[in-house]
Design a protein around this ligand. Structure first.
Ligand code: F0G
Length: 525
């Protein structure tokens, strides 16, 4: 493959503490073998999550100093509104808000003619109008946006259904992230997942980087068949881009378009869970016919033109350490069907998180999100980001370690059925958790099981069990890891693979029945 020039350089570094396997083993015991509870300061390579773990750019740090901590209408609020209009509706056409705030050149005229203007017809009607019929909500992170959306929506549906026999409302997705699914079901929705079949099907190694099957797609035919039976019951179709449930796999523009067409025909609102929208756009540019000449901002603009609204965690493709948003088009099926939902959402946003102009965020953090949205849509950055993940996967394959292929956007997933081939392990043994414990103990590398344990195989019907892939996820933080980290990790995985028969099975000793148990239960190898 052609040589690619680096996209960035490091200006600040952090030294790591050198710990021994014996020390880490003792601490693992102390934290009941729950990797989420293991102190990060003792980890050497942390692949637990790509969320909030990014190193920010110097422009983001500069913007942070320009954060405004006023209680009412801090200027970061206007910048974020403008950044959302710019990135998700206009193809990054303007960038003027943050630039004038960053350089301290915003005048009264600038406020009057730009920041305070109403903008009807989009995700941010904003400006002065945001007072009355808001459709844009700032929140501390993605799951708060999910909570606010699902709990408010469920309340409104319950009210409108009073006295009718309409049945429990349903949300359909190509793949729910764990907090998303938990928030929707805690609010009282039934979840239906229709991922395109074939996630774990083999993919020829020589085609990695040359072709992509968009394994994160929504199974539109299965969705339609389901809707034929239950259309009246379905409240929302939620497309996760990229599909974190399905191993960080991207979703094609054709699939988004088909889903939008189906949603329109069946009169069901379509939303994105848009956490990794920029990485998804890069896959479309790289692999989908008709998009190689389009810029990332143009692709993003088209993707979002098909949806009624979205939730987003700015901790991923906002390149920030904190932040989230819920927004929906003011002129959309969703807004029309749930008239007045904006004021309910706003009231609950204020009660739970803070006033609408900061939503639980500091003004400084708001500014990092504003700049992050522009930084993350730069092609040079995105290429290097996705290529780093791809090269991690290719190095593993070169060492005969099976990974889910083609590699997705933000993480590499080990295929644990293949890893343990011939070792006689069943899903309920949670041997993949045993592997992550050995990896942390022996090498100080933290990765997370994303299989029978994480997706609660032991509590599912046989039909549902069949859909659960047996994976371990190595999520790669943005701008943090070098080739040295990747090479060390590949070497460590290889050593554990060589003695895979000795990986322990794992038992849950405490908290087996908690929702989202992986964050808090106790275990024992
Ligand atoms: N949706 C998706 C697809 C996610 O991946 C996440 C978080 C969320 C929603 C929730 O956002 O963390 O800001 O509340 N994913 C992280 C991960 C935690 O490691 O995959 P949040």
């Amino acid at each position: 493959s052609p040589l690619r020039a680096p996209s960035h350089q490091a200006l600040t570094v952090r030294s790591l503490l050198n710990t021994t396997a014996e020390e880490r083993e003792k601490i693992l015991e102390d934290v009941e073998y729950n990797i989420f509870s293991f102190p990060a300061g003792l980890v050497i390579c942390d692949f637990l999550s790509d969320s909030g773990t990014s190193a920010m750019t110097d422009v983001q740090w500069a913007a942070m100093i320009r954060g405004d901590e006023s209680y009412g209408r801090n200027w970061g609020y206007y910048c974020l509104l403008e950044a959302f209009r710019d990135v998700f509706e206009r193809g990054n056409a303007r960038q003027h808000a943050f630039q004038s705030i960053l350089t301290g050149t915003a005048t009264v005229e600038f406020y009057k003619n730009n920041l305070l203007k109403a903008h009807e017809g989009g995700f941010v009607n904003g400006g002065i109008n945001q007072l009355e019929d808001p459709n844009f909500f700032i929140l501390p992170q993605g799951r708060c946006a999910e909570f606010l959306l699902f709990s408010t929506l469920r309340g409104m549906i319950a009210e409108s259904q009073q006295g009718t026999a309409s049945g429990t409302p349903i949300v359909i997705s190509n793949g729910f992230f764990d907090t998303t699914g938990a928030n929707a079901s805690a609010a009282g929705f039934v979840l239906e997942t229709f991922t395109q079949p074939g996630l774990t099907d083999p993919f020829p190694e020589e085609l990695i980087g040359k072709r992509n099957l968009f394994k994160g797609n929504l199974d539109v035919d299965a969705t339609e068949a389901f809707l034929d039976e239950h259309a009246g019951q379905v409240a929302l179709i939620l497309m996760t881009i990229t599909n974190n449930w399905a191993a960080a796999q991207p979703v094609s523009m054709a699939n988004i378009r088909a889903a939008a067409e189906l949603a329109k025909r069946k009169e069901i609102p379509l939303f994105f869970d848009a956490c990794r929208f920029a990485e998804n756009a890069l896959f479309i540019q790289d692999f989908e016919t008709g998009y190689s000449d389009k810029s990332i901002p143009e692709i993003v603009q088209e993707m979002f033109s098909y949806v009624d609204g979205f939730t987003i965690s700015l901790k991923k493709d906002g390149l920030s350490n904190m932040g989230g948003v819920l927004c929906f088009r003011d002129k959309s099926l969703f807004a029309e069907r749930h008239k007045g939902i904006g004021s309910h959402l706003k009231e609950r946003q204020i009660l739970l998180y803070g006033n609408d102009s900061y939503g639980g965020m500091s003004g400084r953090d708001l500014m990092t999100c504003v700049v992050g949205l522009y930084e993350v849509t730069k092609e040079n950055y995105l290429h290097n980001r996705v290529l780093q993940v791809r090269s991690f996967a290719q190095k593993l394959l070169a060492n005969n370690i099976s990974v889910l292929s083609p590699p997705g956007g933000h993480a590499v997933y080990l295929d644990m059925d293949n890893f343990f081939y011939g070792c006689d392990r069943s899903p309920g043994d949670f041997a993949a958790v045993g592997f992550t414990l050995e990896l942390l103990k022996e090498y100080g590398i933290r990765a997370a099981e994303s299989g029978p344990f994480g997706w609660q195989w032991d509590k599912k019907s046989p039909e549902e069990q069949k859909k659960i892939p047996n994976l371990v996820r190595f999520a790669v933080p943005r701008h943090v890891m070098s080739d040295e980290h990747i090479n060390y990790t590949v070497g460590a995985i290889k050593k554990l693979h060589d003695r895979r028969h000795a990986m322990p099975n794992v038992k849950i000793t405490r908290g087996k029945d908690m929702r989202l148990r992986h964050f808090a239960c106790g275990m024992k190898p």
